[in-house]
Design a protein around this ligand. Structure first.
Ligand code: ZN
Length: 428
């Protein structure tokens, strides 16, 4: 049994409106054992005095693509998975360096990378994975060129890659969902509208029939999980949510009525604002086509409006980034963009307790509470006063604890071997 105590913390527990001042957080193995107002008495422990710094639950990013190693996806089409994996490792580690102790991969991540992370073979966040994103022929995930007439659409060697699977018709949808769950998917991703990165569809297009969407939702529900849908416009979002889909990603172009529709169906919007802003800035240099650049500018305009509609309606909002390749450095800038519309505490809730609810892991992830998994970050300063403290590459994070392990600690730690109390602060 190992015990670590974080002393003298200002705690945001992931949910409450009020921060708890001057508490000790006792971690036993990989779980939070107790939170003590004032000084906890423990023996045989590692003690770290965080000196009033802010402790947050480990951050969660609910929309990443760990294998998207280049912004321009066409560059990777001849990469074998072995090479791609090697390129992905530093970007996965960098996510943890930024304080993201958990991520949800929504196209590409599989049980192999999930297990390697869970077994601590490589540094990085714990991962929830969905396997390939399901796309219809001509949909957002179908990146074949117009001159490609290959009709091998079996979903295994279909001219696409392991991040996408072509699915057409109700029977194929049922089969694909069952098959991806068999292969270890935690959730299923479907492409339910046009997208920015796909050159051959309009962004407001609706994709998949309602029957196909409903089948995906039913099959996942039978297995205790859910569907995440890539969607931009009001109609696509309402078709997805109305047919049982639980999280709608991006949603930049929705109106207020649709935000309310999502709220009333107890579904979740997962905005991914930063990817448009940063990709628009660098896209020309990275070789994105004029069509894609034009689409980017269109969705940026809608994004802030969408945040306002959701904030005003009380729609559940998760937190995602969706950054590809070279743009990954901007992941934590999502906090700053969101805070243009929402209160910092609401943005932090999105990236902790609400994202944990999306993952069906409330009480275990995204919170600091007795029994929760010991994922925490210690911030120099108070991000509720200045959310930009979370921006960057983790420069303002003194401690990153994941699953009870000190992945990063730049504060003095001392070993105590008998029951003791640290010197009380002035308030006690
Ligand atoms: Zn995405």
């Amino acid at each position: 049994m190992s015990i670590i105590v974080l002393r003298n913390a200002l705690l945001f527990d992931g949910r409450s409106d009020d921060l708890q001042d001057d508490v000790d957080i006792v971690v036993e193995d990989n779980r939070v054992r107790e939170i003590v107002d004032g000084r906890a008495s423990v023996g045989n422990a590692t003690e770290i005095d965080v000196e009033g710094r802010t402790v947050l639950p480990g951050l969660i990013d609910a929309h990443v693509h760990v294998f998207a190693v280049h912004l321009n996806a066409y560059r990777t089409k001849d990469y074998p998975l072995t090479y791609l994996t090697v390129l992905a490792l530093p970007r996965i580690k960098a996510m943890l360096d930024r304080g993201f102790t958990t991520v949800r991969d929504v196209a590409g991540g599989d049980f192999g990378i999930k297990d390697a992370l869970a077994r601590n073979l490589i540094p990085g966040p714990r991962a929830f994975v969905g396997g390939p994103g399901l796309t219809q022929t001509g949909g957002h995930g179908d990146h074949r060129s117009r001159t490609d007439s290959s009709d091998d659409l079996c979903g295994c060697a279909n001219g696409l890659d392991f991040t996408r699977r072509l699915v057409d018709g109700p029977d194929q949808m049922r089969l694909a969902v069952r098959d991806e769950l068999r292969k270890g998917a935690d959730h299923i991703k479907v492409m339910a509208s046009g997208g920015v990165g796909s050159p051959h569809d309009a962004i407001d297009d609706c994709q998949f029939s309602e029957e196909e969407l409903r089948i995906a939702a039913e099959e996942t529900a039978l297995r205790g999980t859910y569907v995440a849908a890539h969607t931009y416009g009001s109609k696509a979002v309402q078709r997805a949510v109305g047919n049982g889909i639980r999280t709608v990603e991006h949603c930049n172009l929705i109106d207020e009525e649709t935000a309310i529709f999502v709220r009333d169906h107890n579904a979740f919007v997962v905005p991914t604002m930063v990817c448009y802003e940063v990709t628009e800035r660098h896209g020309d240099d990275m070789g994105l086509s004029p069509v894609v650049m034009e689409k980017l500018r269109y969705v940026i305009e809608g994004g802030l409006r969408m945040l306002e509609y959701c904030a005003r309606s009380g729609t559940n909002m998760g937190f995602g980034s969706d950054l590809m390749g070279e743009m990954e450095f901007a992941q934590a800038h999502e906090f700053v963009i969101r805070a243009q519309v929402q209160k910092p505490i609401d943005v932090l809730r999105s990236a902790t307790s609400i994202n944990a609810e999306i993952l069906n892991r409330s009480g275990e992830l995204g919170c600091v509470a007795p029994g929760a998994l010991a994922d925490m970050v210690v911030v120099d300063g108070n991000p509720l006063d200045d959310i930009a403290l979370l921006d960057g590459q983790g420069e303002n994070l003194s401690v990153i604890m994941q699953d009870g392990r000190l992945y990063k600690n730049r504060l003095p730690a001392r070993e105590v071997s008998t029951a003791t109390s640290a010197p009380a602060s002035a308030a006690h």
